[in-house]
Write a protein that binds this ligand. Structure first.
Ligand code: NAD
Length: 349
């Protein structure tokens, strides 16, 4: 195994690891470690070149700094990328070599699942390092989707309370784009509270299931953003709020599970200018990282996790209130609050 530290300004540590025998080329980036070790998933992806992987790991590790800070867990931001095609190149040797790379940082970085990495892969990675989450076999953690859905549901309730003064979601209309693992469970929670649903998905079986179980109306994916609803909930892919869609939006709340819902940073201000309340994605969808954080510090229980997820609603309410007071977009307020949490951690250290 060879390692080479890359000097990247503003990052605590960025290291390129190679192990030719195992076919490993990986970058681990720890953006900020003020609140604790960098924590974030490992992505296995066939990046076209080194620069593309480096840019991705920088972007993702910085995002984890903010997400972990506002998730209320004692971790900084970290992420890893492995230059490989998960469908072709993933071998036990490669995964073990990646585990050794993580281990060589002596706890500065904790790894977890991300795209291209399965629970079985995590078990192999864990055979080479203790600095890895995903210990479902020990009865903790596990599939985060139901937790994420629960957190998004709490977030939507907080947004509806703030925007409409609504006690609950009864009679509120929500359009969910993407009824997969998270979106379908979210639909169930909204339906149980008497909310009305419109769903869209490229998978027709999924929309049919939502219609059958929750009486949801179905629209085409490209029309979900323009549905005549109170709440638009992106739960499919990145970037559903963009320069083309933002003017078609009828909902007064955007709150969903998808990562990077805003295609470009200026969409934060664009939503604010249109009077749309945006629940910042990395705050509302943080249940998965909260679960991982509790697992690593040995405090995972269903009760503790539920209590922590309930705080997502309170945290969002604070963001909404501060945004309204300062007349500033909520995404910018969330970033500011994360920076405040980190600055406080720095002072305490
Ligand atoms: P999933 O793959 O189970 O569901 C995604 C759904 O979106 C699928 O039903 C898919 O058919 C649909 N979809 C894909 N492309 C679409 C398109 N162009 N138009 C309409 N529908 C489309 O994924 P998930 O676990 O439910 O996660 C949903 C989103 O939330 C993802 O962006 C994910 O990164 C994010 N997220 C998930 C979690 C989690 O715990 N699962 C945590 C944080 C963030």
């Amino acid at each position: 195994m060879q390692s080479r530290e890359l000097p990247v300004e503003g990052w605590r540590k960025v290291v390129h690891f190679t192990d030719d025998a195992a076919g490993l080329s990986a970058i681990i980036a720890v953006h900020d470690a003020t609140l604790g070790p960098g924590c974030g998933g490992c992505r296995i992806f066939p990046y076209p070149n080194f620069e593309a992987g480096l840019e991705d790991v920088k972007r993702l590790s910085r995002g984890m700094t903010y997400k972990n800070a506002l998730g209320g867990i004692p971790f900084g931001g970290g992420k890893a990328v492995v230059f490989a095609d998960p469908a072709k190149d993933k071998t036990p040797e490669l995964l073990r070599a990646f585990g050794r790379a993580v281990d060589s940082l002596n706890g500065l970085y904790y790894t977890a699942e991300d795209s291209g990495v399965t629970e079985d892969d995590m078990a192999i990675i864990r055979s080479a390092t203790t600095y890895a989450a995903g210990m479902e076999s020990k009865g903790v953690g596990g599939n985060p989707s139901p937790f994420t859905a629960y957190g998004v549901w709490r977030g939507i309730q907080a947004a509806a309370r703030f925007k409409f003064g609504a006690e609950n979601l009864q009679g509120a209309r929500t359009a969910i784009l993407g009824v997969g693992a998270v979106g379908m469970e979210l639909a169930r929670l909204i339906h149980e509270q008497g909310g009305e649903l419109i769903v869209a998905d490229v998978n027709e079986a999924a929309t049919a299931e939502a219609r059958e179980r929750f009486g949801a109306a179905i629209v085409a994916p490209e029309d979900a953003v323009a549905a005549d609803v109170d709440i638009f909930s992106p739960c499919a892919l990145d970037g559903s709020i963009n320069a083309q869609t933002v003017d078609r939006l009828k909902a007064k709340i955007v709150a969903g599970a998808a990562n990077n819902q805003l295609a470009t940073p200026d969409m934060d201000a664009a939503l604010h200018a249109r009077g749309v309340l945006y629940a910042p994605d990395y705050v509302i969808n943080a249940a998965g990282v909260i679960s991982i954080g509790l697992e690593i510090i040995g405090q995972w229980s269903k009760e503790e996790l539920s209590a922590r997820i309930d705080q997502i609603g309170a945290r969002l309410t604070e963001i909404f209130e501060r945004g309204a007071e300062a007349d500033r977009p909520t995404g910018a307020i969330a970033d500011l609050m994360a920076q405040e949490v980190i600055a406080k951690g720095r002072k305490a250290a």
